[in-house]
Design a protein around this ligand. Structure first.
Ligand code: ZN
Length: 196
């Protein structure tokens, strides 16, 4: 059983961030509490989106609020089992990620997308998004596929950003060597066990 209050944002290279998440099969009280906790964490860390695997859960689910304003009902959205069904145009823009704090780089994304998903009531919905909200959804969608934004950096951004990512890896691996952070095998086993 997952205790929503205990969830925390995991940092790269935590194995959950490279895990291909599994579809959500049940929307229940526990899942609603998990989502509530995710919103709290997202606002606490001043983010505009958060995927379930960023809190160590291998679920195809993410939350967004491109306005960044807590309680903005227009933009506070939960996307369960999302699918991006259409993409148009390409635009480059800067991105960051709560799982690699303070690291920012440019990524090319589709300018306009259509995304289908389910909400917390189990109702299906479709959104057509442009510009920044479209970017946020594409970034979060990549998370549930195990893809990080720095996998897709523009050539110009790579030189600057990848060494910063490397520092996160070094820090994490030395924590594992000291036994302060669980091994990847151990975490992967846990992730498998909590798949929906
Ligand atoms: Zn991210």
């Amino acid at each position: 059983m997952i205790v929503p209050e205990e969830l925390q944002i995991v940092e790269y290279p935590h194995p959950a961030l490279r895990y291909k998440s599994r579809p959500v099969t049940r929307i229940d009280t526990n899942l609603r509490k998990i989502v509530e906790r995710m919103f709290d964490l997202m606002y606490e860390h001043k983010g505009v989106g958060l995927a379930a695997n960023q809190v160590g859960l291998p679920y195809r689910l993410f939350i967004i609020n491109p306005s960044g304003e807590k309680g903005d009902k227009e933009w506070e959205l939960v996307l369960i089992n999302p699918e991006i069904t259409s993409r148009k145009g390409t635009v480059e823009g800067e991105e960051g990620c709560l799982s690699v704090p303070e690291v920012y780089g440019d990524v090319a994304r589709s300018e306009e997308i259509v995304v289908d998903a389910f909400d917390l009531k189990g109702q299906g919905f479709e959104l057509t998004l442009k510009d920044f909200p479209a970017r946020v959804v594409q970034h979060e969608y990549d998370h549930i596929e195990g893809i990080m934004f720095f996998d897709k950096l523009t050539e110009a951004s790579k030189r600057e950003v990848l060494p910063q990512v490397e520092q996160f890896v070094n820090y994490y691996r030395s924590g594992q060597e000291k036994g302060e952070i669980p091994s990847d095998t151990e975490v992967q086993k846990q992730l498998k066990e909590i798949e929906p």
